[in-house]
Design a protein around this ligand. Structure first.
Ligand code: BES
Ligand code: ZN
Ligand code: ZN
Length: 504
């Protein structure tokens, strides 16, 4: 990553540097700009107030003002003011967003050396650590670029020193920073997997990438090849891979940090390119189906973070990786295939392949007798229609797990929404020629139908939740400044790591 943080304990008037980053709020009924920082002299405050008096910048979130070449604050050439909005509403997420805006502004103005007045943020209260984490995460997440394959890349490093007036505050910030760095490194790694197109990311490459990234983390990575997948009776998963030019892989990542505790289990859809298969998708927008492995990529990222943070849990990540292509051996509509748990499935639509590759992976996950299973998958276009790119929809029949998920998402600053899964939906998935069919003729509730299909492969005794990330896995940047306008988001990694923390 090109952002480098360092920590400084000094009073503001004894620091010199190129650019001072100050967070400013918007207060009162008339939303006035307010700058509050211990150590900022009366003169500096008066200078800033004059410089901003006729500016449209009012300290609103997503807003910033770069003041170049002003001696407003002694010791600094430039001042970057960044809005954090209403102080009463400020939390780790608003700070995460404000920090992302700050990094983008620093980049846009060619600044390579900045001092962040950390105490201009509202860092008091019991959520002060998560607010600080927001500061670091905003910078690191906004630093990721989706331009992996451009021949010329911007490789500049921005040095950011976080300024605190108290040594104890700087010390505790350093601890928070360590965690944030690990988390963001994992998220940015997952994003790079997601952003890699089908010719640069296939099941073999995904498995190798997971193995390589896991080196030195304490994670054990086992990869099953096609022969093993067949031998293990994963007939439904295997069938999806037959139309492609690349073999499937089952990636199993194991982390043991929790002694004799039962494991927790993450499963991710690793569909490296979804053409739709014989039920081929229309050409427009088909390129986006390179992102169809984001569930798998984000499970890999969550496992890396859990291991690097040395959480006191045992965790297993399972990623079935396959292409979905219309080659001569591909599934044909009407084909009947058999899963590891013996259930037969009629493949009515080859484009509903995510649920097929996940079915066998969920059976295998259940066999590990974990405390819970959560899966992440870009499963249905219907999810995008239902919730757009703000919320990830999740489905669960377990009330306790549901509450834990809501809590984890809220502490991670990710938006999730509970979706219904009903016996009526399950009835719709019963097959005429096989036990199940992979789609239903009924209109509507496409995401729930996907979810109840998956439920057929999970041991009902194990708490399970399915996250349909079709709307949130990529291109959410116009809302969230720390995501790229185009590109993979790494969604649910933060939530999955928070969830793991509840089991430590
Ligand atoms: N990968 C797609 C789902 C998807 C679509 C994700 C658009 C993100 C954006 C999935 O494999 C798929 O094609 N699902 C079908 C299911 C249908 C045939 C029941 C869909 O949603 O159209
Ligand atoms: Zn599909
Ligand atoms: Zn798909």
């Amino acid at each position: 990553m090109a952002v480098e943080f360092s920590f400084l304990t000094k009073s503001l008037n004894s620091v010199t540097g190129s650019t001072l980053v100050l967070f400013a709020s918007s207060t009162g009924k008339d939303k006035k700009l307010a700058i509050s920082l211990k150590g900022l002299s009366k003169d500096s405050l008066a200078n800033l107030s004059e410089l901003t008096s006729d500016s449209p910048f009012k300290g609103n979130i997503n807003d910033g003002l770069f003041l170049r070449g002003t001696p407003a604050v002694e010791g600094f050439k430039n001042i970057l003011l960044i809005g954090i909005g209403d102080l009463k509403k400020s939390n780790h997420e608003s700070i995460r967003r404000a920090s992302a805006v700050a990094l983008k502004a620093l980049k846009a103005h060619g600044v390579q050396d900045a001092t962040v007045a950390a105490e201009s943020l509202p860092l008091s209260g019991k959520d002060k650590d998560s607010k600080l984490a927001g500061l670091f995460e905003g910078f690191y997440l906004a630093d990721y670029s989706s331009e992996l394959f451009k021949s010329k890349k911007e490789e500049k490093t921005i040095k950011v020193s976080a300024l605190f007036s108290l040594a104890s505050a700087a010390k505790s910030a350093q601890k928070t920073h360590k965690e944030s760095f690990v988390l963001c490194e994992s998220i940015n790694f997952s994003r790079s997997l997601g952003d890699s197109p089908g010719n640069k990311m296939n099941p073999l490459i995904l498995a190798d990438s997971a193995k390589k990234a896991a080196q030195g983390t304490g994670l054990k990575v086992t990869v099953w090849d096609e022969a093993r997948i067949k031998k293990e009776k994963m007939g439904v998963f295997h069938s999806v891979s037959l139309g492609g030019g690349t073999e499937p892989r089952l990636i199993i990542m194991e982390y043991k940090g929790g002694g004799s505790k039962k494991p927790i289990c993450y499963v991710g859809k690793g569909l490296t390119f979804d053409s739709g298969g014989i039920c081929i998708k229309p050409g427009a927008g088909m390129d986006e189906m390179k992102y169809d492995m984001c569930g798998g990529a984000n499970v890999i990222g969550a496992m890396l973070a859990i291991a690097k943070l040395k959480l006191k849990v045992n965790a297993i990540g399972i990623v079935p990786a396959s292409e979905n292509m219309p080659g001569p051996m591909a599934n044909k509509p009407g084909d009947i295939v058999t899963a590891r748990n013996g259930k037969t499935v009629e493949v009515i639509n080859t484009d509903a392949e995510g649920r097929l590759i996940l079915s066998d992976a969920l059976v295998y996950a259940s066999e590990q007798e974990p405390q819970f299973i959560v899966d992440a998958a870009t499963l249905t276009g219907a999810m995008v229609i239902a919730l757009g790119d703000t919320h990830t929809g999740f489905f669960s029949r377990d009330e306790k797990l549901t509450q834990k998920i809501k809590k984890a998402a809220s502490s991670a600053g990710e938006l999730v929404w509970e979706m219904p899964m009903h016996e009526e939906h399950s009835k719709d998935m019963k097959g005429a020629y096989a036990d199940l069919q992979n789609v239903t003729a009924r209109k509507g509730a496409g995401s729930a139908h996907g979810a109840v299909f998956l439920a057929e492969f999970v041991d009902p005794k194990i708490p399970w939740a399915h996250f349909d990330i079709a709307g949130t896995a990529w291109n959410t940047g116009h809302r969230v400044p720390y995501n790229n306008a185009k590109g993979a988001s790494g969604c649910m990694i933060r939530t999955f790591v928070e969830l793991a923390k509840q089991y430590t």
